[in-house]
Design a protein around this ligand. Structure first.
Ligand code: KG4
Ligand code: ZN
Length: 337
């Protein structure tokens, strides 16, 4: 089965072609350089840029895969959560192609996509596993029991982990997106130079990063005033606090649910220091950590295609009309896993 998948939930236009579970081609155009000067993503600009890229990328992917439109058997498209206008560009392309080609289309929850990204690099990964999704918009702990048997057991009450990276980077005028910049600067800093709060440690599987962000900002203000600001130390200590919370929560969840395999996915999981930190903390306790490769941690269309494939396969006799363009529904930005 040839699956065309489309991801346009934020500032990256992604198109992929999969042959069942194998990625045949995957293309991405990032808009980061266009949003940078505004310090974050401008939704209207994002929509316009998706419109400019999407057709070009679909044709590029088909060409690379040596396929034509008529070879497409299934379309997977991100249906949310994300920026409404941006999602609409992907959905409109998906619905139009589905109607023209008379092929089914599946709306994929972006967070299901992040979870399925784990299988792109580790096809032999087996259920059950504990999944920590850490992205720009979400921080969620999910028990993944089987395909599409996902239980959300905890999430952030305020800022997502990636959002906290972006906000503190912005406060220090380091650029956008903050995650990779903070990671790089932290390499030259001392993670123990500041003892930042590790919030919600005793509140089950819930997270909160807003208080930590405020504590970091107050420290930046104080050090700026005293001319003692050491950006590298701030970055390293901030990261240390985030990593410690993530590690303690996932450890507790694995222990409580008796699960030994963990997946850490989403943009923040692209952070190599987080990867090392979690491996160091979890491996000696007998837990296995699976982190997708960098490009599969951040937004991409291959993960959406794989999620669509498994959704489709779940029905033994799929009623194709269930997956028609008309049934795709509207964008749901409030969607959770
Ligand atoms: O999953 P993603 O690409 O998009 C969303 O679904 O939100 O995640 C983007 C987020 C941004 O907040 C970005 O700063 C963060 O992931 N991020 C990182 C790193 N690379 C991206 N955070 C920490 N370290 C990184 N290396
Ligand atoms: Zn994402």
């Amino acid at each position: 089965m040839n699956i065309l998948s489309i991801e346009s939930s934020c500032d990256e236009t992604g198109i992929a072609l999969l042959k069942d579970t194998s990625v045949v081609s995957s293309e991405l155009i990032t808009q980061i350089n266009k949003h940078k000067k505004f310090g974050g993503v401008v939704p209207e600009l994002a929509s316009r840029l998706h419109t400019e890229s999407i057709h070009f990328l679909i044709e590029k992917c088909l060409k690379k895969a040596e396929l034509c439109f008529q070879d497409i058997n299934l379309i997977g498209v991100t249906k949310g959560p994300g920026l409404e206008g941006a999602l609409l560009i992907g959905q409109t392309a998906a619905k139009s192609l589905s109607t023209l080609l008379d092929c089914p289309v599946i709306g994929v929850n972006h967070l299901h996509g992040h979870l399925y990204a784990a299988f792109l690099d580790n096809p032999s990964l087996t259920f059950p596993f504990m999944c920590l999704i850490v992205s720009g918009g979400h921080t969620q702990l999910v028990v993944a029991r089987n395909h599409y048997q996902f239980e959300l057991i905890g999430q952030t009450r305020d800022d997502a982990a990636g959002e906290a990276f972006d906000k503190i980077a912005r406060y220090m005028e380091l650029g956008y997106p903050g995650g990779p910049i903070v990671e790089k600067l932290a390499l030259d800093g001392d993670p123990l130079s500041h003892s930042f709060p590790q919030p919600m440690l005793h509140q089950g599987y819930e997270f909160s990063f807003s208080g930590l962000k405020t504590a970091v900002i107050q420290t930046i203000d104080r050090e700026r005033k005293n001319n003692t600001l050491n950006v590298e130390n701030i970055c390293a200590s901030f990261q240390h606090a985030v990593f410690s919370v993530l590690s303690k929560k996932i450890k507790k969840a694995c222990n409580d649910f008796g699960i030994s395999n963990c997946v850490i996915t989403g943009g923040v999981a692209a952070n190599q220091a987080l990867n090392h930190f979690l491996n160091k903390e979890l491996t000696p306790l007998g837990y296995n950590c699976f982190v997708p490769s960098k490009i599969n941690c951040t937004d991409n269309a291959a993960m959406i295609g794989l999620a669509a494939y498994h959704r489709f396969k779940l029905d033994e006799n799929p009623v194709l009309s269930n997956y028609s363009a008309a049934n795709l529904g509207s964008v749901n930005s409030g969607l959770s896993i």
